[in-house]
Every structure is written in C-alpha cells, then in structure tokens.
Design a protein. Structure first.
Lengths: 235, 235
DNA sequence: ATATCGTCCATACACCGTGTATGGTTCTCC
DNA sequence: GGAGAACCATACACGGTGTATGGACGATAT
C-alpha cells in the first residue's frame, strides 16, 4: 500500500519555490529566508529532542513561521530532515572515506578517518540519529540513507581493490560486501555512541574498537591504541 | 517530557489479567485465548507489513478481537511487539552466543553460530526488524533491545576472556567493547539482510562476511568460505 | 437460584498530529 | 496599478491512539 510514491521527498528537498524573500517591511531584522529559518530551527531542536517527538507545530514555533509557510517550502517534516542530512554528510564528505591521503602508515590513516567520522557524528548527532531511527517509518529517508552509505561503501571498496595486499588477503570474498559491512558497522557504533550507549559513549573506546576492526579485517593486524591512557610514555 | 514513565511496557508484557478464557458458548471453535490470538495475528501481519504501518485496528481485524479486549491484555501496540521479541529471542537463545559447544575448529564453530543467527533472523524477520526500527520511537522497546544485545555481548565477552589466545591478541583493548562491536555489527547486518538490502540479502555472503569479521578480529585470520560456489571441488 | 466476578464486545469519545484548503495582507517588479 | 511572489491566520478533514461506558455471557461462590 505505501509503496511507490514518496519520490517527491528527494525532490522536495531541493525545490526552492522562489528565490528571494521580501516582506517584513522594516521591523524585525529577525531573519533571512524562512526556509533557512525552518532548517536551522529544526537542527537546533534536534540537539535536544528526538525527531519523532518533534511535531511540525514545534518547528513552527521555534522558527516563528506559519504552518502555511512551512508547507510551502517543504512537503513534510521528513523532507526537512532529509535536507539536513544531505548537508551534514556533504559537509563532512572529505572525512567520508577512511584512509584519506596516502599517509605512510595505513593504519594511522585509517584511525584518522575513523576519528573524522566520530567528529562528524558528534557535531551532527541529532540529525544523524534521527535519520537512522526513521528507517522504519519513511521510505524516502530510508532510500536517502542507503544511498549515503553506498557512497561510503564505494570509497572503501575502491580502496580495497586498489591495494593488492589487502585484496589478496580477502581471497575470493565479495569485496563490496566486506566494504559494506565495515561501513555499516561504523554506522551502528557511531549511532550508539551518539545515543550514549556504553561503552561507545567513550570516544576513545569507540575509535579504538572501530580502528581495530578495520585493521584486523583488512590488514590482518590488531592495533594497539597509539595513545594508551592506562600506560603512559612511549610516543 | 516523555521520560520516566513507560516502565509499564515491560511489565505489561507478562501481566496476564486472568488465566482461563471462557465465552463463545458453543459456536465458533475459532480459537483459544484472545491474548494468543492477538499475538499470533500480529506476528502474522508482521510477515508482510512493517510495524509502523500497522494500526491497532488492523490487529483487531486480523485477530477478530474487540478494541476493548486488546487494551485489556496489552497496554499498547508496542507491548505486543515487546512480547513477540522476547519470545523470538528466547526461542533462539541457544543459537544466541556463537561458538556454542567446544567444537574442534573455533572458526567452524563461529560460522555455525553466525549461521544460527541468520536463521533466527530469517524466521523472525518482521518482528526483529520491527524492534530495530522502533528504537527511535519507544523508550521501552529501546531498553528491551539494548538488554537483549547486552546478553549477546556478555556471552561473547565471556568467551573472549576465557581464551588466553584471543585475550592476548586484543592487548589492552576494552574486551567488552570489542564484544559489543561484534554483536552490533551482527545486528546491523542481519537487519539489512532481512530488509533485503544487497549484498546482505544473499545469506551466503552475509555469513561469510560476518564470520570473516569475527575470525579476523578475534583469531587474526581471514576465512576462506568453506563452500566455494565459484570454485568447485575441494571439500 | 442468585450474586458476583472475570471475560469479552460494541460503540463512542477526547486528544493529538498531519496535510490541505481558503482567504487575506504586504511587498516588488513590470 | 495590476500581477504575482512571499507570507500569515485559521480551520478542517482524516486517521490513529488510548479511555471510557454499558452490557452480555459463563463460571464459581453463597
């Protein structure tokens, strides 16, 4: 029944009905475009509340926008979230694929990538948690998220393919599948960290574990954390 | 605002208001207890529909039960799901922790455990998908799921601790964290498989990848799939 | 046998959230 | 000075949830 519509959501995100705002004569330097107001109000609300506890009415109040205006710019609450997600992911796109530049030590580069991911999630916790949680309720958001994860997977898979060492280690295993599993493991752990679930709420633990997993699977070596808190010295 | 209530959900699941049903004089051998009817009707509906597209009204129709009766047995739709989840997990509890009995080859045992997990998810796809997806909307279900995952994590952590080989390999890494990451990676991949997301919708790929991940992280060795479809021979 | 309790049903209702519709205002640009 | 863009207030239809209310029937207790 609820199946093939919803295409509008992805569209609705970039459709700007008009370009220039106007009104509010002289008074109230309150703001620029309502559209932006809605976006940032939502972003702000998401910092303290879960997406599903948020009603359009809440956003309306926070953004000081009328109901009619809201629905003029966005087809739904979900569309707003969709745009926020795209923004967040795009913003941290370079942080996207692990081992960015060809650093000398691949594991160190890997760790840096993982850490970037952690920061991205920390800075956009509410938004990213929201879309992960909306997987079950909204077709459009589900598709959007799968799409984003696919990008990450592509990057990882390409990296794996390009490294004969790693590629060989994986034998006749499905490379894309391995890449995808790594991506999704990250997604899950970052989410749990954002949700405050121990032990992942400790960023150091999170990064260690994730880095170790990637390194073990790809390079076959366990990773001693580079900054051992329990054990001092030894830079 | 929505914070500290909801304790009732976990309670509500096991509270059987009465024990023996009665009514329906002679006609309609239709059924036994309404409670069971509700449960299995929901289970059945979940086989084709996502939980959030399900209304109590739908369940009512499917179970041929009145609204009043429903709320007599369950405080909410979520409570029904909660009970279904408990049942499902308990049913496959033995399949719960990987490497069950002390099989000779630890990796083979691991693979068997992973496969059991896959089956559990296949048999209860709708229910398990539902609870994963409800993480964002319901406090009670979130707690329930975290609790279940904790059980799995406990089992894995205990196993790790008991094996000096593995324990040593992990160095000064947080063992529970590693165990938890393995658990959650599984949760994610099983979920994606159930949702039909490639490449995990292929059970063989799923099992291979997961087994390889566990083996790589714990035993430091990549795993060649035991039943290579691409390459024949070599039992 | 009658009271009462537990199981169940039908129906109705209060409440809240969503998305749409209507009609009106003010500003800009042609 | 008229068209139209960018807004606002309000109201409403719709659908879902959870809570009555009132009543029927069978079982058990008195």
């Amino acid at each position: 029944m609820a199946s093939v519509q919803h295409v509008g959501i992805l569209r609705g995100m970039s459709s700007k009905p008009g370009a220039r705002p106007a009104r509010r004569s002289a008074a109230e330097p309150a703001s620029t475009g309502l559209r932006e107001r809605i976006l940032s109000a939502t972003r702000e609300l998401l910092r303290e509340r879960r997406f599903d506890t948020l009603s359009v009415a809440d956003i309306l109040t926070a953004a000081e926008v009328s109901r009619a205006s809201f629905y003029f710019y966005f087809p739904s609450k979900q569309a707003v979230l969709g745009e926020l997600v795209r923004d967040a992911v795009a913003q941290g796109q370079q942080a996207a694929d692990p081992w960015i530049g060809g650093s000398q030590d691949p594991v160190a580069a890997l760790r840096a990538g993982v850490r970037d991911g952690a920061r991205l999630w920390r800075d956009n916790a509410g938004i990213l948690m929201a879309i992960v949680e909306s997987q079950g309720s909204d077709e459009g958001l589900r598709a959007l998220w799968l799409e984003q994860m696919d990008l990450f997977t592509d990057a990882a898979a390409a990296r794996i393919e390009s490294d004969p060492q790693v590629r060989g280690r994986l034998g006749d295993m499905d490379v894309r599948a391995v890449a995808a599993s790594l991506t999704w493991m990250g997604e899950r752990l970052y989410y749990l960290a954002a949700a405050g679930v121990p032990p992942f709420d400790d960023e150091r633990v999170l990064v260690d574990v994730l880095t170790n997993a990637w390194a073990s699977i790809l390079y076959g070596r366990p990773v001693a954390p580079p900054n051992p808190t329990p054990r001092a010295e030894q830079v």
